[in-house]
Design a protein around this ligand. Structure first.
Ligand code: F6P
Length: 327
């Protein structure tokens, strides 16, 4: 792929995350600065297939850096999994002369981008936009910081009422396949136990730790559960807890999609801006088909092919911290 990128299409795909707008703004303004034409592709890959593509100008991205959600809208597009869908998408890009793409999304979106770039020779740059932080090759993903702070704020409030009533709360946070939100929000709020998809939930261990707390009259306890924990999430855990600890006043709270919305934090705005800027530079310099991340405060480029396979790991040390600090 030895070509000059002159027209960039930018899209947001998969679950939205706070800071996606800041990334789009950075791509649009950096591209324009370097004399390129920029197009916004609506609703992720769906807009590419349905030719819902609009020219973007500097003013198109005014007043969005502070807004959650995504002005380009987003979708999980099944049609793009099939070759016919991708072919249609390519012909729409071709008509407009779009010869480079920036995709803000998670690993599923990168998988589509990787395949598309291989089949149609269109350079693609991925920006990690997901609240789940489950992408390797970057210390941050756009949206995680905001989401986890939303969870922390909510859990702090739950602790107030838990404390007032001497209650045990089982709190479910997002993370179908990843436990980062649970881990970080749990540590930051002093949760007594944290259950994540990366570890097999040992329900007996949880029960005996709660029984031990009951014995020493530690009545206020918070258990943070990632929605994808393999025991079945907060409801399943609560069923067993209520059965085995009938004297403990137990409540469940599912935080849900409030974690995905809201104004992005300063950190998310800044990393999204740096990544968006860097994505355009990659396309200009011929560094194609990479995911732009930030590692040790430096831009880091992971080939898309690798980015779709690698997973962030949660080391045992994290769980040890939880156990020691929550005693
Ligand atoms: O964006 C990631 C994520 O928030 C996961 O943590 C969660 O499991 C999933 O999206 C929920 O997706 P949806 O909004 O489609 O239900």
């Amino acid at each position: 792929m030895d070509k000059q990128v002159t027209k960039i299409g930018v899209l947001t795909s998969g679950g939205d995350s706070p800071g996606m707008n800041a990334a789009v703004r950075a791509v649009v303004r950096t591209g324009i600065y370097y004399g390129m034409e920029i197009f916004g592709i609506m609703r992720g890959y769906s807009g590419m297939i349905e030719n819902d593509i609009v020219p973007m100008h500097s003013r198109s991205v005014a007043n969005i850096i502070q807004r959650g959600g995504t002005i380009l809208k987003t979708a999980r597009c099944k049609e793009f999994f099939g070759y016919e869908g991708r072919k249609k998408a390519h012909s729409n890009l071709k008509k407009l002369g779009i010869n480079g793409l920036v995709i803000v999304g998670g690993d599923g979106s990168f998988r589509g981008a990787h395949q598309f770039s291989e089949e149609f020779d269109i350079p693609c740059i991925g920006l990690p936009g997901t609240i789940d932080k489950d992408i390797a090759g970057t210390d941050f993903t756009i949206g995680f910081d905001t989401a986890v702070n939303t969870a922390v704020e909510a859990i702090d409030k739950i602790r107030d009422t838990a404390d007032a009533h001497d209650r045990l709360f089982i709190i479910e946070v997002m993370g179908r396949d990843a436990g980062y939100i649970a881990l970080h929000s749990g540590i930051a709020t002093g949760a007594e136990n944290i259950l994540i998809p990366e570890r097999k939930t040992d329900i007996e261990e949880l029960i005996s730790s709660l029984q031990e707390k009951e014995k020493r009259k530690k009545l206020v306890n918070l258990v943070v559960v990632a929605e994808g924990d393999n025991f079945g999430g907060s409801d399943e855990v609560a069923k067993v807890v209520k059965q085995r600890l009938p004297n403990v006043d137990t409540r469940v709270c599912v935080l849900g999609h409030i974690q995905r919305g809201g104004s992005p934090s300063c950190l998310d705005r800044v990393i999204a801006s740096r990544m968006g800027y860097s994505a355009v530079e990659c396309l200009m310099e011929g560094r194609f088909n990479v995911m732009v991340g930030i590692l040790n405060n430096k831009m880091h480029f992971t080939p898309l092919e690798k980015a779709v396979k690698a997973k962030q790991k949660i080391g045992d040390e994290w769980m040890k911290i939880v156990k020691i600090l929550a005693s």
